[in-house]
Structure formats: structure tokens, C-alpha cells
Design a protein around this ligand. Structure first.
Ligand code: CA
Length: 243
């Protein structure tokens, strides 16, 4: 089976890591405890500076999956922290928790780039549900890069076009899909079963003529000399290899 990079990343995924920045110890510990019970990995900071320190030890967007942020902190306001994080270009999901629950405060928080705002006091079940929503929203696999380039072939996923040695070629949707799979796995031997399943679906497995015909059409469009292919190589008894 072809495993995409996203699936691989998912399979080997570490537990989701949440940072809590909250100065009130009882609240901080209660949240940490509840989240740990849900199998999240939790780190805590009692003020903004300690929170920033933790985030800057790694790349914020990678090191943490979610930030739970109190607004009234001893050294800076949660608003300032939120602004700084966004200013650094991080898109880390931020859930603000605060006793400041006026509409103005909520709007300010959201305007500064927070993703959600939960007024205190709140129940732990609601907090966990909101964390789950934020984590799920950010859990989508990263989109494939818009441009795939292998040697002098450039496939643009956004524009759905292909340039071969600088010239745009016209491909059918199936040819495009097939080429995309090849270009996502350069130099790998892909079996005919894998390719059939990816492009035509499970039911089509075994109908290798269809695949072979499409490979031939692709060669006519990509290769300098289609009868002596340099890009789409037949691996006898296995399948095909691209470049
Ligand atoms: Ca506080």
C-alpha cells in the first residue's frame, strides 16, 4: 500500500502537547490534571515570560499543539503574549481563558489571533471539548506542496498543469493523477497494484492494460524518445519507477 507522508506522520505521532500559561496555581494544576487524564502531554508556566521561554526552546508551531492562555498574568497580559506569538509567525492554536469576559475582551483576544475564548469559571469537560475541537481543526494533514518538480518536469497542483522542459502539456485527469503519484514518489518502484488502486480504485486492480496504456500516453507526452523512456521506467515483474 502507498503510504503518504501525512499518514506516516500520523502513525508515528507523539501525544499532543499542550502548554498552559496561568498564574493561579489551583486552576493551572486542575487543568493540567484533567488534560493529562485525557492522555495529552502537558507543560505549564506561571507567567508569560516562562511561557515564552518554553515555546522558544523549540519552534513554537512544532513544539506545542495548543496553548491555553490566561489573560491576567503577573508580568504581562495574555493579550501581549498572544500578539508576540502571532508576530513571530506562529499559527499555534490559542485558547484564552479569562475572568475578563466582556464582549470587548473576547473581541480583542480573537482580533489578536486567539482561536477561542472561554470565560472563567468553566467546567473541565467544556475546556477539554474546546481543546479537542482546536486540536482537530489543526490536525488536518499538511497540504501537499503546490509545485512538484522532478528533473525538468514541474507539476502544479493548484493550477493543475504540467510543464515539461518549460512547455505546458495537456493531460487527461487520469494521466495527471498518475503523474502526480509518480512525482510524489520519485525513484521508488511502484507496483502496478499500487498504481491501479490509487488512480482507479480497488475494484480496478488486475486491469493492468488500462494502466499500461496510460503509462504509454504519459511517455508520449513526457519523454524525448518514448520508445526509450528516461523518465518512466518499466521495472519488469514489479511495476514502474519514475526517474
Ligand atoms: Ca490570572
Amino acid at each position: 500500500m502507498l503510504t503518504s507522508e501525512a499518514n506516516k506522520a500520523r502513525a508515528s505521532r507523539r501525544p499532543e502537547r499542550i502548554l498552559i500559561v496561568e498564574d493561579e496555581e489551583s486552576i493551572r494544576e486542575a487543568i493540567a490534571h484533567s488534560l493529562q487524564r485525557e492522555s495529552y502531554e502537558v507543560l505549564t508556566a506561571a507567567d508569560g515570560t516562562a511561557g515564552l521561554d518554553l515555546m522558544q526552546r523549540g519552534n513554537a508551531a512544532i513544539a506545542f499543539d495548543l496553548l491555553i492562555l490566561d489573560l491576567m498574568l503577573p508580568d504581562m497580559s495574555g493579550f501581549d503574549l498572544c500578539r508576540q506569538i502571532r508576530h513571530q509567525g506562529s499559527n499555534l492554536p490559542i485558547l484564552i481563558i479569562s475572568a475578563k469576559s466582556s464582549e470587548g475582551d473576547r473581541v480583542t483576544g480573537l482580533d489578536l489571533g486567539a482561536d477561542d475564548y472561554l470565560p472563567k469559571p468553566f467546567g473541565m469537560r467544556e475546556l477539554i471539548a474546546r481543546c479537542r475541537v482546536l486540536l482537530r481543526r489543526w490536525d488536518a494533514p499538511p497540504p501537499p506542496p503546490p509545485l512538484l518538480t522532478v528533473r525538468d518536469i514541474v507539476l502544479n497542483l493548484h493550477l493543475a498543469n504540467v510543464l515539461v522542459r518549460g512547455k505546458e502539456i495537456s493531460l487527461s485527469p487520469k494521466e495527471f493523477q498518475l503523474l502526480e503519484i509518480f512525482m510524489l514518489h520519485p525513484r521508488q518502484v511502484l507496483t502496478r497494484e499500487q498504481l491501479m488502486k490509487q488512480v482507479w480504485g480497488r475494484e480496478a486492480i488486475g486491469d493492468y492494460k488500462t494502466l499500461d496504456v496510460h503509462v504509454r500516453w504519459l511517455r508520449e507526452k513526457l519523454e524525448i524518445n518514448p520508445s526509450q523512456p528516461e523518465y518512466l521506467i518499466t521495472m519488469r515483474g514489479f511495476g514502474y519507477r519514475f526517474c
